[in-house]
Design a protein around this ligand. Structure first.
Ligand code: TYD
Length: 253
């Protein structure tokens, strides 16, 4: 069989040319990075969980009418997506203060915000993804005014959907990041939710205990990351029926 053409290797995923023109295969790796890749590790089973969880969220978004790049999951680590031009912004939605917002504004982590707040960071690892305003985005032509209206509306719809799903399983959606892609249907451009939605790019806290079930477990050395992601998958019923959890078995003496 001919070797697939690698298009791009990122921190958590590798992208390959898909079987049809305009398609891409996203391969979910087990690599975890934080602090702009200063901290790195391989977390066994993370890629499988993120592939399943991202499929679950993207399919759900599609069902409530939010367009995404997702086509179908191919296997435990790969999914087929529509190829799109990624808008060079990390779109962050926050419901509770945490992370950089808490640091920047001196708001205690976990404080509920008066309403969801949307922030934009310019996607550039060498600059550490700096926070930018709509003025920068317009002036540098990263997205048009119409795009920005559509991006805001997509971000808030994703927030309502994800918050509701998480609320249903006893999890607080503190914040999350999405990426937006442009796809072309003939002469028309549409914006879609792209990349992935997984505990790598969300902050998820247990509603009762505030236990962290997201990548902060890795960033802040709070325990086993696979256990945290498995718990999210278990609550959402995303674990495949015939598969035992990817955590290591506990030995009973
Ligand atoms: P933020 O608090 O700004 O940064 P950090 O995670 O470094 O403290 O992040 C807000 C949310 O967005 C958080 O859930 C992580 C996610 N995010 C990413 O997944 N990738 C990114 O490049 C950025 C800037 C944020």
């Amino acid at each position: 069989m001919a070797r697939r053409k690698k298009i791009y290797e990122g921190k958590a995923k590798t992208l390959y040319e898909g079987p049809e023109p305009g398609t891409i295969v996203q391969y979910f790796k087990d690599d975890a990075t934080a602090f702009n890749a200063e901290k790195k590790d391989v977390i066994e089973g993370k890629g499988v969980l993120n592939n399943l969880l991202s499929e679950y969220f993207m399919l759900g978004l599609g069902q409530v009418g939010v367009p995404t790049h997702f086509i179908k999951r191919l296997n435990m680590r790969e999914q087929l997506v529509r190829s799109c031009e990624i808008v060079p912004l990390e779109v962050i939605v926050r419901n509770y203060a945490a992370g950089t917002m808490s640091k920047r504004l001196g708001i205690e982590e976990g404080t509920q915000l008066p309403r969801p707040i949307v922030e934009y960071c310019y996607k550039d690892d060498s600059l550490g993804d700096p926070l930018v305003t709509e003025e920068h985005i317009a002036a540098f032509g990263w997205a048009s005014q119409q795009d920005m209206e559509d991006i805001l509306s997509l971000a808030l719809r994703v927030n309502d959907f994800l918050s509701g799903i998480m609320f249903g399983v006893g999890i607080k959606l503190v914040d999350f990041k999405i990426e937006i892609g442009r796809v072309y249907d003939g002469d028309f451009q549409r914006l879609v939710v792209a990349d992935e939605i997984s505990p790598d790019s969300c902050r998820l806290w247990d509603m009762e205990t505030n236990q962290k079930l997201d990548k902060d477990v890795f960033r802040r050395d709070l325990g086993n990351l696979t256990d945290a992601y498995t718990e999210v998958a278990r609550r959402l019923g995303v674990m495949p029926k015939n598969q035992t959890p990817v955590t290591k078995p506990t030995l009973i003496n």
